[in-house]
Design a protein around this ligand. Structure first.
Ligand code: SF4
Length: 243
């Protein structure tokens, strides 16, 4: 999507409103350092941050760094992270990632996108979270399901592929805002512009959003569906008994 002047000015307005609504947004995954943020982000795939935080409280006590995580047996790791879902795949990724950190980076989390995405279980999204929120390095914009949905509703992109969405957003926003924007938009998607029913009525971005009638539309659709069902029930009740 080409970054036209009106689109740039809408993006600037959205950024301003986000700053006013969420002056100091923080990632909700609990962590003490970039390593723990990396582990938590890998675990957060298809899982809530609250659940990941429950699991990592114990996991980080047992494995506070890459060396300890690399030593943990796969069955122990699987048992520890089971409740986050896809636990076999995640345990393999964590174990492989910890070993790669020890072998290639002396146990430290690297600071470049290229090195990050060569680690097992780490894609661009995870790398952007860790480099941005862990090290303060604006390497890109985090595109998860919340970011993808909200950016489309706000008319900032029409794409569905995460890397293309990221590219559209990176063209629209100054580099200095990428970390803030990533965190604030994801929180906005989690608490306001929710997938099933966005809260347009109380949304701080409402005046700048081309989808601001979405909540009303979805509610109307629900009402029509419900009244259709009610009418069906009533007509079935009225039907005379056969014979
Ligand atoms: S106005 Fe509605 S659709 Fe637009 S960002 Fe806000 S909650 Fe989402």
């Amino acid at each position: 999507m080409p970054a036209t002047k009106p689109l740039r000015s809408r993006a600037a307005g959205i950024l301003k409103s986000l700053h006013a609504a969420r002056p100091e947004p923080r990632v909700e995954l609990e962590h003490a350092d970039p390593f723990q943020l990396l582990v938590a982000t890998i675990l957060s795939a298809q899982c809530t941050d609250a659940r990941v935080n429950q699991v990592t409280r114990d996991l980080f006590r047992a494995c506070p760094d890459a060396a300890a995580l690399a030593r943990a047996s796969l069955p122990d790791l699987e048992a520890a992270i089971r409740s986050t879902g896809f636990f076999r795949t995640k345990a393999k990724a964590l174990s492989g990632c910890a070993r790669a950190l020890i072998e290639r980076h002396g146990g430290e989390v690297p600071r470049t996108m290229q090195e990050m995405t060569l680690l097992p279980g780490v894609g661009r999204k995870t790398a952007n979270v860790v480099l941005g929120a862990g090290y303060g390095l604006p390497t890109g914009i985090v595109v998860d399901t919340h970011m993808a949905r909200v950016a489309r509703r706000l008319g900032l992109t029409r794409r569905t592929d995460p890397e293309k969405i990221e590219s559209d957003l990176m063209h629209l926003l100054p580099v200095s805002e990428w970390i803030f924007f990533s965190i604030a938009m994801i929180l906005h998607g989690r608490y306001v512009c929710q997938a099933r029913l966005p809260r347009c009525g109380s949304c701080p971005l409402r005046s700048r959003c081309p989808s601001r009638d979405l909540e009303a539309k979805l509610l109307r659709r629900r009402m029509i569906r419900l009244s259709g069902r009610e009418a069906g029930h009533r007509s079935r009740r009225r039907r005379p008994c056969p014979g």
